[in-house]
Design a protein around this ligand. Structure first.
Ligand SMILES: OC[C@H]1O[C@H](O[C@H]2O[C@H](CO)[C@@H](O)[C@H](O)[C@H]2O)[C@H](O)[C@@H](O)[C@@H]1O
Ligand SMILES: [Ca+2]
Length: 741
């Protein structure tokens, strides 16, 4: 993988400068040699790798200069607590437990060198090195170290390498959850819980009796957890979901049976949760489209098992809850999120196809996707029967409880005044139908749809979303149709039998066989309808279609590029999008969610929305890069990826390793500062960031695969895109002049 090319391999007889924190700081031996005079004995394997990284070619010969060339640089002898104290008092001048370009300290600290047994000192300078020192010492302290021998390489590491390494070695693990006795405490925690007694609670579907029994046992054996185990009834109605809001809880997902040894040689069978990656911040459950984006990064980092188990968790959700949920909490039971299951399953399959059960894995995922396609996305209320296109339009009752407390204040205030009630009192009376307000019903119908769209919230969708056949959703469904058709044809002999358990909500009878032709027809029909109703050649963009007003919308959104990702656009449409659409949406840090013109004026009564200008989101970037590459717009894909990666890397360097949920792509200095809705997730850490944010982590490793090697190097030296381009042009001119033809 590109991202680790200049990192040292780990050998059992060797200390790697870039070892993960546990390996680095938990090793007694590494830090006990007070003078840092290590006799490096390189394993043959790590030696070969080291030489490869230095650009030497085989056959390698160990010459006399090897030891010095392989010297990893200076090492420091650091007293952890005392140095942390100095950093805190001297360098963290705004006291936020981070060292950033906004701190006004002297930006220099002198450390004792290990080779001199602490007699000599060396100065560590600048925000980046000092903040890395703070991060390293915070980790060292967590591992109980009082004194360490610290490699300078961990302080001045190329930032692209450092961030890639942190994502690979730390962030994925920090975001991984599984639901079973081993970790239910962490998995059940919900920072969004609004009740007075936010205790861990798990809801188990009726079709998973073993899990119900298992969690009851866990609750009985570990009363200190206060785990509340509830079984869901078969029929999950909107009234039930509303009633569960008094007792919100986690929803059970897939488990596997494993053998457990009780330590006395007795073997028993128990359940083990299939792991999944959560987005981060306040989002501590399995999400729909975040998981897809995360899987793109996980697959690059060879965490195939994790991506595979997320697909299996989605199959479980479709089988037991009828859909891939917005996320796995009781209050999300009625709504879904943008569907990506077929692409996710096919990417995992590509990685595991040599394994004996891989075909079965894919069959189950495709059957689940077929069920989801029919019963969720192409059934009413989501289906618009007139156009045959689909809309985000989930059922539900009342005010979504999981948003931040103040979110609906400005909407509800006039009604609260009218009924002369307090906020909570009004919300309850409205939710339970004691107060009828049809206008509010309409508002919340669209609000739920906005949240199902994943683009919560945006003026593109507010007050209208449930009526819109959006370009995003219909591109995704086109992708489902083409993926399903192609898979049935190429991998299942053009004949897929639908078992009884996948029939509910679909037009199929148990045992019926499905061929690719029907799926090809569906895709063709959708494309023709979308061309007719959504494409605007003059603007070079696809737009949403309002199925009630029967007109094309005008909001310019980055979702137009989803048509490229799905392969729905014609080559001419793709070229038009690049020529006319792209310039409207391309900013300093990559693609913006929508144009400023489309968002419109903001004011006291019209606050900004996080999925509008000037914010940029990882999924928009990733889908656009992939789509552009699909149509051979390599230069554009590379440029957009560079801009996004540059922005993330710069914020990472200047702001103590920060990686956040979304960025203000028009803000070169501090793009991580977002003052919209619930602010930004991923900012709130002390000393060292442990998780980043799921889809941004993924976009970083995925983007590094899109840019070329030149660009990657330029990113490592924080070269702005314009400077990089000028340097390339100059180089090209020189090369041209030197051409002797
Ligand atoms: O709690 C407010 C809203 O939060 C979620 O939406 C945002 O975070 C999700 C997780 O990263 C992401 O999938 C979504 O696109 C974001 O807008 C949640 O999905 C919403 O339903 C919820 O109301
Ligand atoms: Ca600070």
């Amino acid at each position: 993988m590109q991202g680790t090319s200049n990192h040292r391999a780990r050998g059992s007889d060797d200390y790697g400068v870039y070892d993960d924190a546990k390996t680095y700081y938990a090793s007694e031996e590494r830090h006990s040699n007070r003078y840092g005079v290590r006799t490096r004995t390189y394993s043959q394997n790590s030696l070969v790798k080291q030489l490869e990284r230095m650009g030497a070619s085989e056959p390698f010969r160990r010459g006399s200069h090897d030891e010095s060339t392989m010297d990893q640089g200076r090492r420091f002898l650091v007293n952890v607590d005392a140095t942390l104290e100095i950093l805190k008092n001297q360098e963290d001048t705004d006291g936020n437990m981070q060292i950033t370009i906004e701190d006004n300290g002297p930006k220099v600290i002198s450390l004792r060198t290990a080779a001199s047994a602490g007699h000599n000192r060396f100065e560590v300078r600048g925000t980046y090195m000092l903040s890395n020192l703070l991060q390293e010492l915070t980790l060292a302290k967590e591992y109980g170290r009082k004194q360490i021998i610290l490699d300078e390489g961990r302080l001045n590491e190329n930032p692209v390498d450092r961030l890639s390494r942190l994502i690979r070695d730390h962030f994925w693990d920090g975001l991984t959850r599984r639901i079973d006795a081993s970790s239910i405490e962490v998995a059940a925690r919900d920072p969004k819980d609004w009740t007075d007694d936010p205790r861990p609670r798990i809801y188990v579907p009726l079709g998973a009796p073993e899990q119900y029994e298992y969690y009851q046992k866990v609750a009985a054996e570990r009363p200190e957890l206060r785990l509340d185990v509830q079984q869901l009834p078969e029929n999950i109605t909107v009234e039930l979901i509303r009633d569960l809001n008094d007792k919100p809880g986690l929803l059970a997902v897939a488990v596997e049976k494993v053998e457990e040894d009780d330590g006395k040689g007795n073997k028993t069978t128990t359940l083990k949760g299939l792991p999944f990656v959560v987005p981060g911040g306040r989002f501590n459950e399995l999400y729909g489209w975040d998981s897809y984006m995360e899987s793109l990064g996980l697959l690059i980092h060879e965490r195939v098992d994790l991506a595979k188990s997320m697909v299996l968790n989605f199959c479980f959700c479709i089988e037991h809850y009828g859909k891939i949920l917005n996320a796995t909490r009781s209050y999300y039971l009625a709504r879904s999120q943008p569907p990506f299951l077929t692409d996710m399953a096919l990417r995992v399959y590509e990685k595991i196809k040599h394994e004996p059960d891989s075909k079965e894995f894919l069959r189950r995922a495709i059957l689940a996707a077929i069920k989801e396609y029919h019963s969720v996305w192409t059934s009413e209320p989501r289906l618009d029967p007139v156009t045959g296109l689909s809309r985000y339009r989930p059922d539900g009752l009342g005010v979504p409880p999981e948003t931040e407390a103040t979110h609906f204040v400005h909407i509800l205030e006039p009604y609260i005044k009218k009924h002369n009630m307090g906020f909570k009192e009004f919300v309850r009376a409205y939710n339970y139908g004691e107060i009828k307000e049809p206008e509010l019903d309409e508002y919340f119908l669209h609000d739920r749809a906005v949240r199902e769209s994943g683009h919560d919230t945006s003026y593109r969708l507010e007050g209208v979303c449930a009526n819109l056949a959006t370009i995003d959703l219909n591109s995704l469904l086109f992708k489902y149709e083409t993926d399903i058709g192609r898979t049935i044809r190429s991998l299942f002999g053009d004949k897929l039998i639908i078992p009884a358990e996948f029939c509910a909500g679909t037009p199929y009878q148990p045992g019926e066989s499905v061929s690719s032709a029907a799926w090809d027809r569906r895709a063709k029909r959708r494309k023709l309808t979308m061309d007719k109703l959504m494409w605007n050649e003059e603007e070079g963009m696809f737009f949403d279609y309002d199925t009630v007003k029967k007109q094309r919308c005008t909001y310019e959104s980055a979702t137009t590029f989803w048509a490229l990702w799905a392969g729905l656009a014609s080559p001419k449409q793709a070229a038009d999008m690049v020529k006319k659409g792209l310039p409207k949406l391309e900013m300093f840090g990559g693609l913006v969610a929508g144009t400023e013109k489309s968002r419109g004026e903001l004011g006291l009564d019209r606050p900004n929305r996080q999925w509008d200008y000037p914010y940029g989101w990882a999924p928009q970037q990733m889908l656009a890069w992939t789509g552009l590459l699909r149509y051979s717009f390599t230069e554009e894909a590379e440029r957009l990826a560079y801009k996004w990666l540059f922005m993330i890397t710069k914020a990472f360097v200047d702001f103590n390793g920060v990686v956040v949920e979304k960025y203000d792509v028009t803000r070169p200095i501090d793009p991580h500062r977002v003052d919209a809705e619930y602010g930004n997730q991923g900012l709130d850490f002390k000393g060292v960031a442990k998780e980043g944010f799921g889809w941004v982590n993924a976009s970083y490793v995925y983007g590094l695969q899109i840019v070329n090697a030149h660009m990657r190097r330029a990113l490592g030296t924080l070269t702005p895109y314009e400077t990089f381009v000028k340097a390339i042009e100059l180089n090209n001119e020189r090369a041209m002049a030197n051409l002797t033809l």
